[in-house]
Design a protein around this ligand. Sequence first.
Ligand code: PHB
Length: 169
Amino acid sequence: MTDALSPLRALQFFDSLPQELNAAWLDWLLLEDSMTRRFEQHCSQVTVRIVREAFVLQEECRDEAALLPPSERYWLREIILCGDDEPWLLGRTVVPESTLNGPELALQGLGNTPLGRYLFSSSSLTRDYIQIGCSEALWGRRSRLRLSDKPLMLTELFLPHSPLYREER
Ligand code: PHB
């Protein structure tokens, strides 16, 4: 098992918005639109490095599975999002198998296409909630999203070179 995603797995989520967050950071963390598009405003090219794409059992995604309908298998996608080849964000998507039908089957075949390109082009996207978290000095967030009412969990961690940290504290 690779360790590239370990800071993301160490995220601790808050029940309410943490006080120490300034408006600029909150603006990044609560962004409802595509993070890929936001990153594109800060570099010339955003690319996806796949860490892992596979079906997994519940024990490999216990935290997310607790927030999703029970499923025998979950589609797991772990990526590093880079701005001009510099790692900016870790992303982990967990999709119960029951979500993977109809147009949502495309989630299984994303490869190097950023997830947001798919999600935000879908008119059926809704968000149940978002939780902000931190892992040492790094910020992240976890969202339960729905496509045509079918849920998935997306967790993202902003790496030290991410433009978020260039904003004033
Ligand atoms: C992904 O391609 O899995 C992805 C892209 C951008 C994000 C999160 C995940 O912000």
